[in-house]
Design a protein around this ligand. Sequence first.
Ligand SMILES: CC(C)(COP(=O)(O)OP(=O)(O)OC[C@H]1O[C@@H](n2cnc3c(N)ncnc32)[C@H](O)[C@@H]1OP(=O)(O)O)[C@@H](O)C(=O)NCCC(=O)NCCS
Length: 134
Amino acid sequence: MRQALWPDGIDEHAGEIERYFAGLLHMPVEVLLAVDGDAVVGFAELSIRAYAEDCVTDRVAYLEGWYVEPGHRRRGVGRALVTAAKAWARSQGCTEFASDALIDNDASAAAHQALGFVETVQLRCFRKSLEPAT
Ligand SMILES: CC(C)(COP(=O)(O)OP(=O)(O)OC[C@H]1O[C@@H](n2cnc3c(N)ncnc32)[C@H](O)[C@@H]1OP(=O)(O)O)[C@@H](O)C(=O)NCCC(=O)NCCS
């Protein structure tokens, strides 16, 4: 499911999952799984960020990853994951919950809005490699 959600990191998922269970990752802090019988059909990865756009607190619960298997969508699984995520966030003392989506992911935007998230800003991200100083 991680590969389906983040295909760009396809070579990194196995290692990250291993480090998560070894307690070596600081993010995600918590992972929630949605199960249907014996099958895992969705997940939410959660962290607590010191800053999130338009948030005012410095411990913002953050929905880092949110995924439901295609055959299980539109049946309330995503909502159940977010409900459980909010309970986790409250248990951590957070009073704000934030998330993001790629600009062209209209389904995600609609689902976020249906669950009460309010869109704040739209961002462009940049990256630059830094060569070692000579
Ligand atoms: C986003 C995602 C997790 C939602 O999961 P889901 O199980 O389909 O969500 P639910 O069935 O619980 O729906 C939650 C709410 O969002 C709405 N919603 C879900 N998908 C929607 C869509 N494609 N278009 C419009 N509204 C949608 C539902 O109508 C529901 O609102 P309602 O209860 O008022 O009817 C799922 O579509 C998914 O995995 N998408 C691919 C990965 C992705 O884009 N993840 C988010 C990355 S930012």
